[in-house]
Design a protein around this ligand. Structure first.
Ligand code: FAD
Length: 288
């Protein structure tokens, strides 16, 4: 099913994100984890593509497993940084062969060991160009990324303008970078509405279950950490069990407030872990 149709049919949409197998996370383990995630009844699961400059690979295989073996809707991520048109065509051929109907179309970042020259080496400089390509040559439902606290390479207004361009080129829904401060999301939504960006805005939520994790996340995403979360980290950060519980409750609080303010979709960054996702799904069952 196309994800744009899921948004049309359901009042609230909850999705999970996983990353493909790698040297620290075997395919066998990931398949077991994904089967448990499917049991939590998400509306769809997304599979990242070479995120963090890692090797591209495993996205289609995992997406196909979720769609065709676990019978759950799937969103395959795809980045275009440094890619030739033929590589995108080959990827899309496999997408079609595997009955995958949804792509999150992204630019991607400079991979490790490369320089910014890579942005000019491929056939697509920005995600909007990839979206245009996918829209012209396939019948896929397309999602794109957005940044409630702005993308690190731009300021708010310019970034919003580029976001509108992605919607005009064919993005059916938008998934956000993770954030911990709902007010940032709400004020972004207000600005987006003023620009007539009218597709569903999905809120990316990551439960912080381990204090060490947050430093790297903030470095990568440049998202702000509200005082409330800072105090939780100070108080419970040294106790893994308490931190896990506090992180789940913080994310639950965020989601309930988002739903209460008519946010249509929540995308949980699971980091291939089941426990926090399960606890959050139990906590929010009444709000879905
Ligand atoms: P774009 O929309 O192309 O924007 C990139 C920058 O260029 C922005 O600053 C924008 O304002 C600017 N820009 C856009 N158009 C123009 C223009 N015409 N002229 C000048 N400037 C312009 N990365 C991965 O590698 N793999 C993944 O699986 C992955 N999944 C993600 C999932 C989500 C939900 C999110 C939010 C991000 C994900 N990323 C992933 C990270 C993403 O690839 C990076 O954040 C990347 O830096 C930007 O990608 P984009 O698609 O938003 O790019």
């Amino acid at each position: 099913m196309k994800i744009k149709n899921i948004f049309e049919q359901k009042e609230r949409v909850v999705s999970f994100e996983i990353f493909p197998p790698n040297k620290n996370f075997s395919e066998e383990k990931l398949k077991a984890v994904t089967a448990e995630l499917v049991n939590l009844n998400p509306d769809f699961i997304s599979v990242t593509y070479g995120a963090g400059g890692k090797t591209k690979g495993g996205t289609i295989e995992m997406a196909s497993y979720i769609k065709n073996i676990l019978n759950t809707e799937v969103l395959a991520h795809l980045t275009c940084v440094g890619s030739k048109k033929s590589e995108i065509e080959n990827f899309m051929k496999e997408v079609k062969e595997n009955n995958i109907q949804n792509i999150l179309a992204l630019r991607g970042d400079v991979p490790k060991g490369e320089t910014e020259e890579i942005y000019d080496r491929g056939d697509f400089k920005y995600a909007s160009e990839l979206i245009q390509e996918l829209k012209s040559n396939s019948d896929i439902s397309i999602g794109a990324a957005f940044y409630p606290e702005t993308h690190y390479q731009n300021n708010d207004l310019v970034d919003l303008f580029h976001l509108k361009n992605k919607v005009e080129k064919g993005a059916d829904f938008l998934v956000s970078q993770l954030f911990f401060d709902n007010e940032r999301f709400f004020s972004f939504r207000e600005q987006a509405e003023k620009l007539d960006i009218n597709v569903p805005l999905v809120a990316g939520i990551m439960p912080i279950t381990n204090a060490a994790q947050i430093k790297r996340i903030v470095e990568l995403s440049k998202c702000s950490v509200p005082k409330k979360l800072e105090r939780i980290l100070e108080k419970y950060g040294d106790n893994p069990e308490s931190m896990q519980k506090a992180g789940v409750l913080y994310a639950t609080d965020q989601i309930i407030e988002l739903f209460a303010n008519d946010v249509k979709g929540i995308h949980l960054y699971t980091m291939n872990k089941v426990e926090a996702a399960r606890d959050i799904m139990n906590n929010i069952f009444f709000a879905r």
